[in-house]
Design a protein around this ligand. Structure first.
Ligand code: ADQ
Length: 467
């Protein structure tokens, strides 16, 4: 059995008691790391006076963690700069927010090279290497330069935009060129896969070989959609026994007979939070009988607060919230409850289950796991309704949701009314249809399918055809 080497910007090291990190990539890779012995390599999250040249190794049985420190300049240029101020907005179709700086780009390349040189010392001939996300696109190119010939896969967790959009970013051709050093590239949807293949054809003159192999300068790679899933059983279990939790009991008491609408997102402009609040305002404006009968809970933990666009968003959300609650609220009723805490998954699952409507309306999202968690947490006999943006990758799978355009507040407001009035029979039927997709393509399916494709004859044959 080969060893699995995972590389990601942040590494989820289990805490000293051995508890494994909840959420994100840690859950997604849990079973893969049980099947393969593993090494997980990435940034420790620490800033040091000097960059690491070799990682600190933490041994936790089946998995070894290899942690690199960054300097504050690295963090500023690689992480806050090129990754989060240039790449994140452009990948989410926000050309106007994308701030390119050549110094940041050089910092991004520098950190990728430092990581690759340190990692190359640890890689054994049979290891399977799986790189995650937009912080590390050039990693395979740097590993190849360091003499690594192993199979290397890349998974891109955010959207891959149309070539016309990515083309606006200086350096985008180099990023596309770097993609070719992977043997297999995964994105969440076929739409993203198509965008990436078209970008390679349009900007690098790639030749497409049927159906998912592209070739540039005699080098071939496979590009495919692998929609990430969740641990469905875990959310069902957590939600089923959530009534005993103090926060859930207090929320239930506070609601009384009111219905709950829930939104859960990192505070990020890609998630469409102010736009969603305005759609709810419109709903209350056009359905005055609903005032006092429904509460919208928005949970939005702050993220990337060192990036100026996120501070601006925080102000816009606070202003929008204050205006709506001020103008529409009444002494005994606050229309929008807004909290920025991080909750345990058991609490989140309980809150999802309490909510008659899951309002998930990102302006763009690679997948959106919250939409899936909301569905999995519902009571099978009396499920809530998911309202989902057509621009979330999840909309390609969860077709039985009420699919909306988040730019259209009238449409979103109408979907809220439809969701609140929907018959139990229709709710159950839509929920069952979504659950069957979630169960068939859950998180273990995702990791196992990617790794199976990475080691498949199709991938090896495509790679061998590279000269
Ligand atoms: P994110 O942009 O972070 O992920 P999402 O997929 O919704 O978006 O995942 C967020 C996760 O954080 C969920 O598991 C959610 O439960 C958790 N979470 C959110 N708020 C929380 C809170 N207050 N307390 C505790 N947990 C909270 C990126 C991409 C997505 C893609 C994922 C996975 O942007 O499009 O779906 O990676 O590939």
């Amino acid at each position: 059995m080969p060893r699995l080497v995972v590389v990601s910007n942040r590494v989820a090291v289990p805490d000293p008691t051995g508890n494994r990190a909840a959420g994100g990539l840690a859950v997604a890779l849990r079973e893969a790391f049980e099947a393969y012995r593993g090494l997980w390599f990435g940034w420790s999250g620490k800033v040091a006076a000097h960059p690491s040249t070799e990682p600190r190794i933490v041994d936790k049985g089946q998995v070894q963690y290899a942690l690199m420190d960054l300097t504050s300049l690295d963090r500023q240029e690689y992480y806050n700069g090129f990754a989060n101020r240039a790449l994140w907005p452009i990948m989410h179709y926000r050309i106007g927010l994308s701030e390119f700086s050549r110094a940041d780009y050089q910092g991004y390349l520098r950190v990728n090279r430092t990581f690759a040189n340190a990692l190359a010392q640890l890689i054994r001939p049979d290891d399977l290497v799986w790189v995650h996300d937009y912080h590390l696109i050039p990693l395979a190119a740097e590993l190849r330069a360091a003499g690594i010939t192993n199979l290397i896969g890349y998974f891109h967790h955010i959207p891959w935009p149309a070539p016309e959009v990515l083309g606006a970013l200086p350096g985008s051709r180099e990023l596309l060129r770097a993609i070719m050093d992977y043997n297999l590239v995964g994105v969440h949807t076929e739409r993203d896969a198509d965008n990436l293949r078209r970008g390679l054809i349009h900007d690098l003159g790639a030749i497409q070989h049927k159906p998912d192999v592209v070739e540039v300068d005699r080098q071939r790679t496979r590009i495919k959609g692998f929609p990430i899933g969740i641990d469905v059983g875990e959310f069902q279990r957590l939600a089923g026994r959530s009534q005993s939790n103090r926060i859930i009991r207090q929320t239930t008491d506070g609601l009384g007979s009111r219905k709950l609408i829930i939104g859960v997102d990192r505070l990020d402009y890609s998630k469409g939070i102010p736009e969603r609040m305005e759609a709810f305002e419109r709903f209350l404006g056009t359905n005055p009988d609903q005032r006092g009968r429904v509460t919208y809970l928005q949970i939005a933990p702050t993220s990337r607060s060192e990036v100026p666009e996120y501070a601006t968003l925080g102000r816009v959300v606070n202003e929008t919230l204050g205006r709506i609650n001020g103008t529409l609220g009444e002494p005994g009723w606050v229309p929008i409850h807004y909290v920025t805490s991080t909750y345990q998954r058991s609490v989140l699952a309980g809150l999802y289950r309490l909510a008659a409507v899951g309002l998930i309306t990102p302006m763009r999202d690679g997948m959106n796991l919250v939409a899936k968690e909301y569905v999995a947490a519902q009571d099978p006999a009396d499920p809530g309704v998911l309202i989902l943006s057509k621009f979330a990758g999840a909309a390609q799978q969860l077709k039985a949701a009420l699919i909306v355009n988040p730019n259209d507040k009238i449409e979103v407001a109408e979907a809220i009314r439809e969701a609140l009035q929907m018959s139990q029979e229709e709710r159950v039927s839509r929920w069952e249809s979504m659950m069957s997709v979630l169960q068939a393509q859950d998180v273990s399916w995702w990791a196992a399918t990617f790794l199976k494709e990475l080691t498949s004859n199709k991938t090896r044959t495509a790679s061998r055809a590279s000269v």
